[in-house]
Design a protein around this ligand. Structure first.
Ligand code: ADP
Length: 271
């Protein structure tokens, strides 16, 4: 049966005794698949009505001078909430696409250097009011072999979180470096920090270390779940270290098998 999903567990006892446990996980696998499809369908269906609502709201706000002023606040609130819902639907769709695709994408050579420059520029524009110092340190000329859209979402989510969870005038340092184990992307912030208790659960959908604080940052609660799945698809690992009140560091580790040499990148660009 090609649809059968089996899980094998082998336990060793002493010198030569082994216990082989075979578990049929077909039903679990199928349920998980149904959940993913359902979330993806619902998000897709919500998109059209939301676009219509946002469109009409925009028209109303553009013509606000024809309406009683006491409606202004309500309209702005509605627009803000519609935007939140749109962000949520987009992230849900993105997450289900990343989960469904797994690593079945056509891997290309990704120029991480330019990607990180662009992400940091976006972050600087976003954090202008907060007066953050965002420093980018590109210490490796290597790129990655993988899916550009997925990697962009992962890196961008981590950098934008640093902006969200760092109070005004804080510092954010983005690093891209390599060592004998592989290539690494690290973002250190001088932000609010995270209680170690929460760290193991941060990549769960909608898990928030501090719900009251996270709610008004405008996040969808899906950012780190997206990061986790992108890393799974790229044989990477996420490491989080943090101290309450002192800041956090999020590091994505990629093995050398995922590295694209500077020469290969230059060659790909010439084609
Ligand atoms: P959200 O949209 O709530 O930011 P994420 O999945 O991106 O969702 O992050 C999950 C939670 O992890 C956040 O609600 C926040 O509590 C915590 N978090 C993420 N990044 C940071 C950071 N740089 N500093 C402090 N807390 C963070």
């Amino acid at each position: 049966n090609p649809n059968l999903k089996l899980q094998f567990h082998i336990t060793l006892f002493g010198e030569d005794d082994r216990l082989l446990l075979v578990q049929d996980v077909t039903r679990l696998y199928r349920l998980e698949e149904m959940r993913r499809d359902f979330v993806s369908n619902v998000s897709h269906e919500l998109r059209t009505p939301l676009t219509v609502i946002s469109g009409y709201l925009e028209t109303l706000i553009d013509n606000a001078d024809e309406l009683p002023p006491r409606w202004n606040r309500a309209m702005n609130q509605m627009q803000q909430q519609a935007q939140r819902m749109e962000a949520l639907v987009n992230d849900l769709l993105l997450l289900s696409r990343i989960e469904n695709d797994g690593s079945n994408f056509k891997a290309t050579l990704v120029d991480v250097d330019s990607m990180l420059r662009a992400i940091c520029d976006d972050a600087r524009a976003l954090s202008q009011e907060k007066g953050h110092r965002i420093e980018l340190s590109l210490e490796s000329a290597a790129g990655l072999t993988g899916n550009e859209t997925q990697l962009h979402s992962a890196f961008s989510n981590i950098v934008m979180n640093a902006v969200k969870y760092t109070p005004p005038n804080g510092e954010i340092r983005v690093r891209w470096f390599e060592d004998k184990k592989g290539v690494h992307f690290a973002v250190r912030d001088s932000g609010i920090g995270i209680d170690p208790l929460h760290i193991p659960r941060l990549t769960e959908r909608f898990y928030r270390a501090d719900p009251s604080r996270a709610a008004d940052t405008g996040g969808t609660g899906l950012g780190l779940a997206i990061v986790k799945h992108v890393l799974i698809n790229h044989d990477g690992e996420l490491e989080i270290t943090s101290h309450i009140g002192a800041g956090s560091t999020f590091t994505c580790h990629f093995p050398r098998t995922r590295m694209a040499s500077a020469e290969a990148l230059a060659e790909a660009e010439d084609v």
